[in-house]
Design a protein around this ligand. Structure first.
Ligand SMILES: NC(=O)c1ccc[n+]([C@@H]2O[C@H](COP(=O)([O-])OP(=O)(O)OC[C@H]3O[C@@H](n4cnc5c(N)ncnc54)[C@H](OP(=O)(O)O)[C@@H]3O)[C@@H](O)[C@H]2O)c1
Length: 290
């Protein structure tokens, strides 16, 4: 059984990786943030030497967009410097390194779902800091780094501890407080269930995949408006929904208008994720049964 040292056990993705690990014959070892902080290089190094993992998976991020704009130094510390340090430690200790990135490395100008080889051009501090992390890891440890880009992640009963929820939970909450709900119809995304992302990530690790960048999202794409329509339909919520065009801006921060991703490389390896509708359906069922 291979050992995985996991950073981010309380997160949407981290929690799902822990759930799924055993069925892929991985022993997943994780710690609370205080005992495994990506910004504490020495602490991480000690854990790697003590545990001797085969793989290190980093799901941590500084990813609230407004906070990244206000504190670019913090965004760079967690999303770039820490990722660079992890890549160095993994290289020096012969550990496979997996770290997550985002659709926000793209500017959305392509107008079609992005493939792994497409040119990046981030529009905001968050995307820039994550792209810096990608470059650092892939240049320091190209022979052992997997960068997995994903999009619109949702999962768990409470969603992301960093973001205080997720789109699905927040838009359901909004329906309790408002009569008219306005949702962006111009931003096209590939919303992804953390459970499907974790399974696909573990399949990738169990495959003959070569290191490099991989896109892993639920299949297909939709606007946030269409996603909301589906969430409300599945929950029997009958509120007035209004599609709006925010011109790619939200809270004054630029977002790509079209940042759906294609899982081109994973598909070539036979790793197929369910559609976004299927992922959402299972998440809504999970929330109802919780
Ligand atoms: N959520 C999305 O919509 C989305 C979209 C595209 C890409 N991604 C990427 O996907 C990955 C996983 O996202 P997610 O939604 O699962 O995130 P999440 O739910 O917010 O979880 C982040 C995890 O990282 C931990 N963490 C934060 N700062 C840390 C630090 N300094 N040291 C160690 N751990 C730290 C958090 O711990 P605490 O709870 O203790 O703070 C939490 O367990 C991230 O790399 C993110 O950039 C996410």
């Amino acid at each position: 059984m291979k050992k995985i040292l996991l950073i981010g056990q309380t997160g949407q993705l981290g929690a799902e990786l822990i759930k799924e690990g055993a069925s892929f014959d991985f022993e997943i070892i994780s710690f609370e943030k205080n005992n495994l902080n990506v910004n504490d290089r020495l602490q991480i190094e000690k854990k790697i030497i003590e545990i001797k993992p085969d793989v290190l998976i980093n799901t941590s991020a500084y990813h609230v967009l407004s906070q990244c704009e206000q504190n670019p130094d913090k965004a760079m510390l967690t999303n770039f410097i820490a990722v660079r340090n992890l890549a160095e430690l993994c290289r020096d200790n012969n550990v496979v390194f997996v770290t997550y990135s985002t659709d926000y490395v793209f500017d959305g100008q392509k107008g079609l779902a992005y493939e792994e080889s497409d040119l990046s051009n981030p529009l905001q501090v968050y995307g820039f800091s994550k792209l810096a992390g990608e470059y650092a890891a892939l240049s320091i440890f190209p022979e052992g780094t997997f960068v997995i880009r994903t999009n619109g992640v949702y999962g768990g009963k409470n969603g992301s501890p960093e973001k205080n929820g997720n789109f699905v939970l927040n838009i359901i909450k909004e329906a309790n407080n408002k009569e008219l709900i306005e949702v962006s119809a111009e931003q096209i995304v590939s919303p992804t269930y953390a459970s499907d992302l974790s399974v696909a990530s573990l399949k990738l690790l169990n495959s003959q995949a070569l290191p490099g960048i991989y896109h892993l999202v639920n299949e297909g794409s939709c606007s946030w408006y269409e996603f909301t329509q589906e969430i409300y339909k599945l929950n029997g919520i009958k509120k007035l929904l209004k599609p709006i065009d925010r011109g790619g801006l939200s809270g004054g921060i630029k977002r790509p208008k079209f940042s759906a991703l294609q899982n081109t490389k994973a598909k070539a390896l036979g790793i197929i994720l369910p559609s976004w509708q299927d992922g959402l359906n299972r998440y809504v069922t999970f929330l109802k049964n919780f």
